[in-house]
Design a protein around this ligand. Structure first.
Ligand SMILES: Cc1cc2nc3c(=O)[nH]c(=O)nc-3n(C[C@H](O)[C@H](O)[C@H](O)COP(=O)(O)OP(=O)(O)OC[C@H]3O[C@@H](n4cnc5c(N)ncnc54)[C@H](O)[C@@H]3O)c2cc1C
Length: 485
């Protein structure tokens, strides 16, 4: 049995963030990944001459005070990212187009043009103020949520009047703020808010607290980036850095059992057995529960979520010959009638950047990633052919592509997600925001009050790459402070 210092389960962006930070302190983490490719939901793969994104396509978190930038600064990892001029376009169900400009004033003018003047300015000004506060605070409160006295002391030492003043925003929903600004009767705007929240908070206005909801809604008011060649080129520099510091990544080597023993954590992987001093679980809590045996398993049980509270995705990758230019690479389409197969009322589309020639073998071709939410993944049966046909129909109607120009297309369902990421029922996107889970009731990075820690999008729900990176930073801070690493 091989002995290792720090074993990391999974190579998602949460795991990689903690592992890179630990490597920067001289540790040599060993990462076990069940897939043939690192990155999990943030990854890319080649097929039929095209590079497709596995899951995530949008990227924020670079820039001063943002989580990803923090990890890059601490480790010296270099990412080659382009800043986007227009982060997103939203195609509303009534046929109107809303340009989600980054600049707040430009966006408010656009929102007033599209949704009418009433309430827009104060609503967006308040959202933006809170989102700036959340980003500012997130890196200051690295012991969040506090679960030990010393976390409370650490948090209290850094608490500001600003932070105290903002706590009440966690107690009411985005829906309440829509009512406050008399926007709740503006059906077009309510639909807009709900569908935008779904991609950044995984739930609708009635279930997302205003603190997180405001941040989610202002996702496009912070710099958005694109990485040439796909988001695997965000992941690979992390892997390279960890390996350069003496760490390892073992692909196709899933962890099957983790057992806490007196001498350390016993790990049975697909091919081998290991004994680790520390465990970082970068897989969802539902998965961690299934492989972690011992007295703490019972405690984890109360934290598990049921499939009906979770989402998976129906996703398509399309390689095609474009017949026109696009003003933005990211688009959300709001449907007048939900897609029958997924019951989702919106479709999210991402294209390759026009200057990135590395996503297709043949010049002049483009790649499109399409995703829609699929709720209750345990019980969701999706007919791929029908769902693909409906999506293509919508894309043609909005002039995104012409059917005859499609060179290759394929799709994935919750089952495919379960295979690619190993995630229970193929649920992705993390735990959705729910009003009954306040920020300080989020899962703690300390898994068993000993040397096992949890990172990833079940520890920091709903906020995608920036959220899981933050979960990785928090786990790193807690493990270092708990064990003087
Ligand atoms: C369709 C889709 C679109 C998205 N769009 C965006 C977006 O545009 N922007 C954004 O910021 N976020 C987006 N997200 C969310 C974001 O991709 C995820 O929240 C984030 O990547 C999750 O990271 P993670 O660290 O939780 O781990 P994961 O990505 O879940 O990675 C976990 C890893 O662990 C591995 N694993 C599982 N079980 C085992 C085991 N037993 N042993 C070893 N390895 C194991 C998996 O193979 C996987 O590689 C999207 C997600 C999806 C699915």
């Amino acid at each position: 049995m091989r002995k290792v210092g720090i074993a990391v389960i999974g190579s998602g962006m949460g795991s990689l963030s903690t592992a890179a930070l630990l490597a920067s302190k001289g540790h040599k983490p060993v990462i076990f990944e069940q897939n043939w490719q690192p990155g999990g939901c943030t990854s890319s793969y080649w097929r039929k001459g095209f590079v497709f994104e596995a899951g995530a396509t949008t990227l924020v978190g670079l820039g001063k005070g943002m989580p990803l930038q923090y990890v890059l600064d601490q480790t010296g990892i270099d990412i080659n990212a382009r800043k986007l001029d227009l982060p997103m376009q939203v195609h509303l169900s009534n046929g109107q187009l809303a340009n989600r400009y980054e600049d707040l004033e430009d966006w408010i003018t656009e929102a007033e043009r599209v949704f009418g003047k009433e309430g827009q300015r104060p609503f967006w000004e308040e959202c933006f103020k809170i989102s700036e506060f959340v980003w500012r605070t997130s890196l200051k409160q690295k012991y969040f949520p506090p679960s030990r006295l010393k976390d409370l002391i650490n948090s209290a030492a850094k608490v500001s009047i600003d932070q105290l003043k903002n706590i009440p925003n966690a107690f009411f929903s985005v829906e309440k703020v829509l009512i406050k600004y008399k926007l709740d009767k503006n059906d077009l705007f309510v639909d807009f808010v709900n569908e935008q929240l779904l991609i950044t908070a995984q739930n609708h206005a009635s279930q997302v607290n205003f603190l997180f909801g405001a941040t989610a809604l202002c996702y496009t008011n912070f710099p958005n980036y694109y990485v040439d060649g796909g988001l695997l080129n965000l992941v690979n520099p992390f892997v390279k850095y960890i390996e350069e510091q003496g760490g390892e990544i073992k692909l196709r080597e899933g962890a099957e059992v983790i057992e806490r023993r007196e001498e350390g954590y016993f790990i049975q992987t697909k091919n081998d057995q290991y004994l680790a001093d520390y465990i970082i679980s970068g897989i969802p809590i539902n998965n961690t529960f299934e492989i972690y045996s011992g007295k703490y398993q019972e405690k984890l049980k109360s934290k598990l979520m049921q499939s009906k509270a979770l989402n998976s995705a129906f996703q398509m990758g399309i390689g095609f010959k474009p017949h026109r230019d696009f003003d933005s690479i990211h688009h959300q389409i709001h449907l007048s009638k939900p897609l029958a197969e997924t019951e989702s009322a919106s479709i999210f589309i991402s294209l390759n950047h026009s200057e990135d020639k590395s996503r297709s073998d043949e010049e002049g071709l483009m790649v499109m990633s399409v995703s829609t939410h699929a709720s209750d993944p345990e019980h969701k049966m999706i007919n791929n052919d029908k769902a693909e046909a409906h999506v293509i129909e919508q894309l043609e109607a909005l002039d995104f592509l012409k059917k005859e120009n499609i060179i290759y297309q394929h799709s994935s369902t919750p089952k495919s997600w379960s295979k690619w990421t190993g995630r229970k029922w193929g649920f992705v996107g993390g735990y959705p925001q729910y009003m009954n889970i306040k920020p300080w009731q989020m899962l703690d990075a300390r898994l068993d009050n000993h040397k096992a820690y949890l990172v990833g999008d079940t520890a920091y729900p709903g906020q995608g790459i920036p959220g899981v990176t933050l979960s990785g930073i928090i786990a790193f801070e807690k493990i270092c402070s708990d064990w003087k690493l």
